[in-house]
Ligand binder design. Structure first.
Ligand code: ADP
Ligand code: MG
Length: 435
């Protein structure tokens, strides 16, 4: 359910409205639209996330909302009034917050208050309260260099919250942090928001992390580039706390992934179906998941994009041997092939940055969405002692895969084992569910 206020009988108040908004750089005929014909509305009580490829104008949109940039077309309405100059009701938290290195935590927070004309006693009182709110009590006198990345970002949040923005704008606020700090800080933001611990009435957050958007947002706005525009919106009607393993969560995440990738196909067309179900069962690529780490790390080191033949050469592989691995990376949502280049996707970037146990968890979530693997898993779940002879599965796969049935089952077992879902007992020739 959308946050709080939406429960009342009257329609929620609209905070922000973008009408046919556009911004162009250059001059005709070389006009480049960073954003074009963008319509968007944000109501009181909403947490809205913007997702989309790099360069689609997400940061530009936030700057327009904050009044740091003026549109070339259309208009920004704040509480029904056209915005002129800097928007006094917003504050932005950036990916890496520019803290003043020579100021303490308290002083860094007070700077924002000073800029808005707060007298000194009120300043220090409010700064102290915010430092406690974001969980930095005890670090008031520390300097930025003495803090971890996560703590520095908390100072950034405290500074943005200090001015009590009605609309809080966040530009990839967790993406420069390691996975665990990001998770902790996300939890704290959500806690502040859902418990109304801050006067903020709505949040507009940019993220490249789709799972993060599904975890936090009431609504996800999917953008595309060239020109930057809104493609579609996805409402997330899940109750908090949201669990990434839940089927409903994964279905929504898949839906957003598909929208960002510009795929209009259904999930079944993208992932295939289970054996016997209507539609085609897609073959698993002949790749071991252990080998994915090397590929994804290499791709991340190349800046997230690499030419396939060159990538093969650098990994010391033949292109033909690399392709099944590339297909596995695509199937699991880590990367995508486009015009001969392999591109790292948001999930792939998270995977590359994650520790080994977290990587396993990321892949386990994706592997379970591959219908062939899921079918084996669910068949085992339904069995009394959760052990079934191998030949049962092979026979069932025969009609789809013919003499490749054995090979496909081996791959499914390999993927399932990697994700700690099920395994194969060679002596008994049985598959069994992992505890
Ligand atoms: P995102 O945050 O989605 O990655 P940005 O909003 O940063 O995208 O940028 C959108 C597009 O606008 C990009 O193609 C970028 O190169 C372009 N752009 C941004 N600022 C300027 C500028 N001052 N002059 C020319 N082009 C710009
Ligand atoms: Mg940006």
């Amino acid at each position: 359910m959308p946050h709080a206020v939406a429960a009342t009988a009257t329609a929620p108040a609209t905070l922000l409205r973008l009408e046919k908004l556009g911004i162009a750089y250059g001059r005709p005929p070389r006009l480049f639209y960073a954003l074009r014909d963008v319509n968007l509305q944000i109501d009181v009580g909403e947490f809205v996330c913007l997702v989309g490829p790099s360069g689609c104008g997400k940061s530009t949109l936030l700057r327009l909302v904050a009044g740091l940039l003026a549109p070339t077309e259309g208009r920004v309405l704040y509480r029904g009034e056209p915005l002129r100059g800097v928007n006094p009701h917003t504050a932005i938290v950036f990916q890496t917050f520019a803290l003043f290195p020579w100021l303490t935590v308290t002083e860094n927070v007070e700077v924002a208050l000073k800029a808005r004309g707060f007298p000194p006693p009120a300043r220090s009182e409010r700064a102290q309260r915010l430092i406690e709110l974001v969980g930095l009590a005890g670090f008031e006198d520390a300097y930025p260099r003495e803090l971890s990345g996560g703590m520095r970002q908390k100072v950034g949040f405290a500074r943005a919250l200090a001015v009590e923005p009605e609309l809080l704008c966040l530009d990839e606020p967790f993406s420069a942090l390691d996975v665990l700090s990001a998770e902790a800080l996300r939890g704290e933001l959500l806690e502040l928001w859902t418990h109304r611990a801050m006067p903020t009435r709505a949040i507009l957050m940019v993220t490249h992390n789709i799972e993060e958007a599904v975890e936090l947002a009431d609504r996800i706005v999917v953008m595309a580039k060239d020109p930057g525009r809104v493609l579609t919106e996805v409402r997330i009607d899940l109750r908090h706390p949201r669990r990434r393993q839940d089927t409903a969560f994964q279905a929504l995440a898949d839906h957003v992934y598909a929208a960002v990738a510009g795929r209009t196909g259904t999930e079944a067309e993208v992932l295939g179906t289970a054996p016997g179900a209507p539609g085609a069962t897609r073959k698993l690529p002949g790749a071991r998941l252990e080998a994915l780490a090397g590929l994804v790390e290499k791709l991340a080191a190349e800046g997230g994009q690499a030419d396939l033949p060159r990538l093969a050469a650098e990994l010391g592989m033949e292109l033909d041997d690399l392709m099944p691995l590339v297909e596995a990376a695509e199937r699991l949502g880590l990367a995508r092939v486009e015009q001969g280049d392999l591109h790292l996707l948001a999930l792939g970037r998270d995977y590359a940055d994650a520790s080994i146990p977290v990587r396993k968890e990321i892949l386990a979530g994706r592997v379970l969405r591959v219908p062939l693997v899921r079918w084996v898993y669910e068949t085992l779940q339904r069995d009394d002692d959760q052990r079934i002879v191998r030949s049962f599965f092979v026979e069932a796969l025969r009609s789809e895969f013919g003499d490749k049935a054995d090979e496909q089952l081996d791959l499914a077992v390999d993927w399932g084992r990697y994700a700690d879902l099920f395994a194969y007992d060679e002596d008994a020739a049985e598959l069994y569910l992992e505890a």
